[in-house]
Design a protein around this ligand. Structure first.
Ligand code: URA
Length: 198
């Protein structure tokens, strides 16, 4: 499918969320519904937690400090935003950047599933525990970060790479080092999967 066609299907998900008035309380306090950004035909999708202040104002994911750090790490492995797709589990900013509630994650999960069914990535990188827990339930991020896991996802297979959240690692020296090191595994994982599927 062309990138334009894929993007059109993704736009339909946004319309559905608005139509069904998902998480009306969050919608009331948010400026924008932040769906995602990047290449709609990417092999790799990054999933964060929820939009923050800058993301809410601009309507785009990861455009604040955490996003800048993420861009630096992407550049470090030779990737740019246009090579990947990036989204969040919860698509409205929670007031004062509080943690998303379980019911908010649950309400948005089916729409994240739809996004992945349309994009059909080979690798999903979860950033932080909130997006990890739906793909890899009952796991601790401190124990499994950086370890790629194969999962069956509907009718296709995915590799999930759980990483620490860049906002948590930004000002924490050792977590920052760990995240950068875990990030360096991404090109190796992609190369391996491409080899297997060719
Ligand atoms: N943190 C997230 O989890 N997502 C964003 O879009 C920005 C910051």
């Amino acid at each position: 499918m062309s990138t334009e066609d894929t993007q059109q299907l993704l736009d339909q998900i946004k319309a559905d969320i608005l139509d069904k008035n998902i998480c009306p309380d969050l919608a009331k306090t948010a400026t924008n519904l932040v769906m995602g950004d990047g290449n709609a035909n990417a092999d790799i999708v990054f999933i964060g937690e929820a939009p923050g202040k800058n993301e809410d104002l601009q309507g785009l994911p990861f455009v604040g400090a955490a996003g800048k750090f993420l861009d630096e790490m992407l550049a470090g492995i030779g990737l740019e935003r246009k090579d990947i797709y990036i989204t969040n589990i919860v698509k409205y900013r929670p007031p004062n950047n509080r943690d998303p509630l379980p019911e908010e994650k649950k309400a948005f999960w089916p729409y994240l599933v739809k996004q992945l069914q349309i994009i059909q990535p080979k690798v999903v990188v979860t950033l932080g525990r909130h997006s990890m827990e739906y793909f890899l339930p009952n796991q601790r991020i401190s124990a499994i970060h950086g370890e790629p896991k194969r999962v069956a996802f509907g009718d296709h297979k995915l590799v999930i790479l759980p990483l620490f959240h860049p906002a948590a690692a930004l000002y924490n020296g050792s977590m920052r080092e760990t995240l950068i090191e875990d990030f360096s595994a991404i090109p190796i994982i992609i190369k391996k999967i491409k080899k297997e599927t060719n």
